[in-house]
Every structure is written in structure tokens, then in C-alpha cells.
Design a protein around this ligand. Structure first.
Ligand SMILES: [Zn+2]
Length: 187
């Protein structure tokens, strides 16, 4: 069972700041985003997260979550993907060499502290995409859950964060639909 690389863990934690099942969002205000970035060690110093960067961050997260849903076969909303791509344009990265950083990529030096912090999320995402590991990071196929999980299965075939809970929920719904004579696939 391969452990999720650090970049996957960061994207996962970021994506799961919204909890669909509980209806909570840990980043629903700029102030909360500020606290979250500091908690993750991504933001230091006096600068505070502003409204514009907060919006940019939410767009980034929404697009990432759409793409992670596509990994279990959900169709991604192209508007959300587009908005996230636009957000990424505001977070340019530069390639660095021989400076002892864990990544060859770092946020462009001219960026504000907040954008540098968001840039680290963008870099984590790009690392996953380049290595092909992004395919293991998925949004649970059970839409009432939508939790982002790391698929440790050999053939990367998992669709639910937990077979015991979400997998069985989907199965029970399919069973009920069959009993009712329905032909619609509830997934
Ligand atoms: Zn789930």
C-alpha cells in the first residue's frame, strides 16, 4: 500500500477543508483561510489574507475537487475547472536548482506572502499531475459524502472513501432501485 506522497497529503487536506456531509467549510472566510494557511505552516508574518485571495483560493479548491471527482468517473463542471485554471495563472512558479529545497519548483519571488502560500498548493498539484499520482487522489463517488481520499488499491479502482459506509450506501440504493423496478443507475 503506497503511502500518499507529501504533495498528495497537502492537496487532500486542502480539498477536505469543505465537508459536504456536515455542511461545513473551514475556509469560508478570509480570516479562516488565514488561520488555516498558518496552521499548515504555509503563511507567516504580518500579511493578512484579503478578500481577493480568498476568492482565488476557493476557486482553486473547487476546481481541484471537480478534477478529483473526475477520477471516479464524475463529469467535471468545465466552468469550475476553467476558474481554477484562471486562479492558477495568478500563482506563477519558478524552477530553482541547487538551493536545498525539497521541490525544484517554488512560488515566483515577486508574489505576496499569501499568494506564495497558495502557490505551494499549486505546486503540490502540479507534482501530482506530473508523476501521474493524481489519479490516486479521488473525491468519493457518494455525492452526499464527497470526501477526498487516497486510493491505495493496486489497480486504483476504488470509488468510495470507505466501502463499509459509502460503498454500502450506494449498493443499498441500487438494490432499492432494482426492487422498485427502476432501471436508473443511482450513481
Ligand atoms: Zn465517502
Amino acid at each position: 500500500m503506497p503511502d500518499a506522497p507529501a504533495s498528495a497529503q497537502l492537496v487532500q487536506v486542502f480539498a477536505n477543508t469543505v465537508d459536504v456531509e456536515c455542511g461545513t467549510d473551514d475556509l469560508d472566510t478570509a480570516r479562516k483561510l488565514d488561520a488555516w494557511l498558518r496552521g499548515q505552516g504555509l503563511l507567516r508574518g504580518r500579511e493578512r489574507v484579503g478578500a481577493q485571495d480568498h476568492t482565488l483560493c476557493l476557486r482553486l479548491r473547487a476546481g481541484m475537487r471537480e478534477e478529483l471527482g473526475a477520477h471516479v468517473g464524475d463529469s467535471a463542471d468545465p466552468t469550475l475547472l476553467h476558474e481554477a485554471t484562471e486562479a492558477l495563472r495568478e500563482l506563477p512558479v519558478v524552477v530553482t536548482i541547487g538551493v536545498g529545497t525539497p521541490s525544484a519548483l517554488s512560488p515566483a519571488p515577486h508574489l505576496s506572502a499569501t499568494r506564495k502560500a497558495l502557490g505551494v498548493l499549486a505546486i503540490a498539484w502540479s507534482e501530482l499531475s506530473v508523476t501521474g499520482e493524481a489519479a490516486r487522489l479521488k473525491r468519493c463517488s457518494e455525492h452526499a459524502c464527497a470526501w477526498v481520499f487516497w486510493d491505495t488499491s493496486k489497480n486504483r479502482s476504488r470509488r468510495w472513501c470507505s466501502m463499509r459506509v459509502c460503498g454500502n450506501r450506494a449498493k443499498a440504493r441500487r438494490y432499492a432501485a432494482r426492487q422498485a423496478g427502476g432501471t436508473r443507475n443511482p450513481d
